[in-house]
Design a protein around this ligand. Structure first.
Ligand SMILES: Nc1ncnc2c1ncn2[C@@H]1O[C@H](COP(=O)(O)OP(=O)(O)OP(=O)(O)O)[C@@H](O)[C@H]1O
Ligand SMILES: [Mg+2]
Length: 288
């Protein structure tokens, strides 16, 4: 019998946070793989002459649900197959790195990395603003829409720049046609397995966690092609791709390597955990 470890953040404790690893474990078990949930804390060390991580001995593969970048790299150095690979999770965790990797591969909103500021006081106008207002401001590390802001004028941008000066962030063209709506596609092995449109009332961000409403949405050819390119370019086995409605077609907004699937499972009725478990088993058996 094959064995799999499901690596989760050690501070994940609530029922809703544990839903995803438990569902993946359940589907792997149903398909004949013994799956164990492993909190990622103090289980790996660089020894005097080699990496030591006995807790992972005997696993045929690991499902990476944490965003830590060190233990996954240590696991890969020891020959472990990770779903998703460490490099893919790193690229997705940092929104600016994702945009750089996808530049020229798929269409995206115009995006500028913000200059870093090492001073205590931020000068009012460090550089001329390259985009018209309103402008989207995003922290490079963020999720659930919580670190995404809209600056409607210079004063709002100045306040945000000041608040974010110690963190990497980006400025992005505001896609007005897509205000309060976007598409979330869940992809396994580069193919869309579930797709929904998200609509918000009174907010430009359509995240379900912020009150957005989801409805099933048919995946069209343009979307399928974009998601295949995104998955292959970033090296992802599994991801959630957010697409904005641009004037001339979809624009890739961001890519989530660790996309939660409980919301989209509820909206579409698709068993995402099953699709991912089947894909992982086919891959380790060399059938993909
Ligand atoms: N450039 C933009 N123009 C218009 N709307 C945008 C733009 N960027 C983001 N949005 C809206 O804000 C939402 C949140 O943005 P984004 O997906 O980048 O953030 P997030 O916090 O990483 O979300 P997630 O929960 O998917 O991790 C998007 O789903 C979309 O509705
Ligand atoms: Mg998003």
């Amino acid at each position: 019998m094959k064995r799999a470890g499901i690596l989760i953040n050690p501070f994940v404790t609530t029922e809703s946070e544990l839903y995803q690893p438990r569902r993946i474990a359940e589907e792997l078990e149903l398909l004949g793989v013994h799956a164990e949930i492993v909190p990622n804390a103090w289980k790996a060390q660089i020894g005097r002459d080699k990496i030591e991580m006995p807790c992972f001995d005997g696993y045929d593969f690991c499902v990476l649900l944490d965003k830590d970048k060190y233990v996954p790299r240590m696991l890969e150095k020891c020959g472990m197959r990770l779903f998703n690979p460490a490099a893919a999770v790193e690229l997705c965790d940092d929104k600016m790195l994702t945009h750089i990797a996808l530049a020229g591969v798929v269409p995206m909103p115009q995006t500028y990395p913000a200059p870093l500021c090492y001073k205590e006081e931020v000068p009012d106008e460090p550089v001329p603003l390259p985009l018209d207002f309103p402008v989207v401001v995003k922290e490079c590390f963020g999720s659930l829409g919580k670190q995404v802001y809209l600056a409607r004028d210079r004063a709002e941008l100045a306040a945000l720049s000041k608040a974010l000066r110690r963190r990497p962030y980006l400025l992005q063209e505001y896609i007005a046609e897509s205000a309060g709506r976007d598409v979330r596609a869940i992809c396994v092995g580069g193919e869309i397995v579930a797709c929904m449109k998200r609509t918000a009332e009174g907010d430009f961000r359509s995240n379900l966690s912020l009150g957005g409403r989801g409805e099933p949405y048919p995946a069209d050819e343009e979307m399928k092609s974009l998601c295949a390119k995104v998955s292959s370019c970033l090296g992802l086995d599994y991801c959630g791709v957010d697409l904005l409605f641009g004037k001339d077609g979809y624009l890739v907004c961001e890519v989530n390597s660790n996309a939660f699937f409980s919301g989209i499972e509820r909206v579409t009725g698709v068993n995402v955990a099953r699709a991912y478990a089947e894909y992982m088993i086919r891959t380790v058996e060399g059938k993909i």
